[in-house]
Write a protein that binds this ligand. Structure first.
Ligand code: SF4
Length: 72
């Protein structure tokens, strides 16, 4: 079994509707930008938090990027 490493947490600004679910659940990891879209702001990539935010986002705007180039 290969060990995948999380290398980025992406938020598609074209999909994000600014619901704030990710920001209110993980205020140290996600924050609103001046354009009203959320962004992952923590220098530490927390896979558990990112995965939970990905699951709760109502428009599936959050995606996790792993070092093998696969988005899940
Ligand atoms: S939960 Fe999704 S739609 Fe809501 S602010 Fe976060 S990324 Fe945007």
């Amino acid at each position: 079994m290969t060990q995948r490493k999380l290398i980025a947490v992406r938020i598609d600004p074209n999909l994000c509707v600014g619901s704030g679910m990710c920001v209110s659940s993980y205020p140290d990891k996600f924050a609103f930008q001046p354009d009203g879209h959320a962004r992952y702001i923590s220098p530490e990539l927390d896979e558990a938090a990112a995965r939970e935010a990905e699951e709760m986002c109502p428009v599936s705007a959050i995606s996790l990027v792993f070092d093998e180039g696969e988005q899940q």
